[in-house]
Design a protein around this ligand. Structure first.
Ligand code: GLU
Length: 315
């Protein structure tokens, strides 16, 4: 087992960068283009709040699907587990993340899980607030508190593009309205979903979310229990089974701790009781995961012995 240092991370970033050639940068996220193809950055934060980073760790990008764990956290906090999972399931899917066919084919009254688009839209529809502005402000406020970053904000350009190109998500939402799976105002729920996807972050922000999870929902800085540990355990279990689209099984085996990716090429990882991990590698594969970032995640887990199942083997 190796020791976590900036030099080790730098070495691993150099080793993994070539894997970015196996992926492609998503074309319809404004601000991300071919010049980002070879970028790769990582930040890891330990339980003493020590920050390690390497590569393009300061790059700015939007949360995209990684925000699905934030919406779930808010819905669990607002309604509790029982009520949330009456509206969304907790089973892995096996179809593409923005699949519509699964909703009809399985005659589902609720989407499979909160990590696929249909599920995340249903979860966003549950977030409390008197209007759209207040709902989004609540999400931002929670994220700012968790990351200690008061400058976190919406990337307006990405948000406008999400709205403009969001017909697939609109189809999912209106289909769910037709089956009664969503009873809330559809346009408002979609708008909130688009906004949450478009929050701009760096790998440090992601690592801070990860370490907050690793600390069971308690702030490392102030000791405040912001979200109940039970809810964090629920979210981490769902990240493990569904967080990496249709590669969740591979990541459970090769990485062995909860992770959630987004199509901007980002990944949030949480090693319970040990580390928060934030990665950006904008070139993604056909399944939606960063190619270089995924490789880096696997190497980090191996070198630092982070697979949570390996604890059992050591005794
Ligand atoms: N904005 C994308 C969508 O809603 C996010 C998808 C993702 O990151 O998986 O389709």
């Amino acid at each position: 087992m190796k020791t976590l240092t900036n030099d080790l991370l730098e070495e691993l970033v150099v080793e993994c960068k070539p894997y970015s050639r196996e992926g492609e940068v998503v074309k319809d996220i404004p601000g991300q283009d071919a010049v980002d193809q070879n970028k790769l950055g990582v930040c890891i934060i330990d339980m003493d709040n020590q920050i390690y980073s390497a590569g393009d760790s300061d790059m700015k990008f939007t949360l995209q699907s990684a925000s699905k764990i934030v919406s779930l956290m808010m819905a669990l906090d607002d309604f509790g587990k029982e009520e949330v999972f009456q509206n969304v399931g907790m089973e892995p899917m096996g179809d593409f993340y923005n699949s519509i066919s699964h909703l009809e084919a399985h005659d589902v009254q609720k989407p499979f899980n909160p990590m696929v688009n249909a599920g995340a839209i249903a979860v966003a529809a549950m977030i409390k607030g008197k209007d759209l502005e207040e709902k989004f402000e609540r999400v931002l406020k929670l994220l700012r508190k968790i990351t200690h970053n008061n400058s976190l904000k919406l990337n307006e350009e990405v948000y406008e593009s999400e709205k403009l190109k969001g017909d697939r998500n609109r189809s999912l939402a209106y289909f769910m309205k037709s089956t009664g799976a969503i009873a809330h105002d559809i346009e408002e729920s979609l708008d909130l979903y688009f906004r949450i996807n478009s929050i701009e972050v760096t790998t440090t922000d992601l690592a801070k979310i990860g370490v907050f999870f690793a600390n069971g929902g308690r702030s490392l800085k102030t000791g405040e229990q912001i979200i109940s540990t039970d809810h964090i355990c629920t979210i981490e279990a769902i990240m493990m089974t569904s967080g990496m689209y249709n590669e969740a099984g591979k990541y459970a085996v090769e990485v062995g701790f909860p992770v959630k990716s987004g199509v901007s090429g980002c990944v949030i990882g949480s090693v319970p009781g040990r580390y928060g991990v934030g990665i950006i590698g904008p070139a993604i594969n056909k399944k939606g995961n960063s190619t270089a970032g995924g490789e880096l995640l696997q190497r980090i887990s191996r070198h630092l012995d982070l697979n949570i199942f390996s604890v059992i083997r050591k005794d």
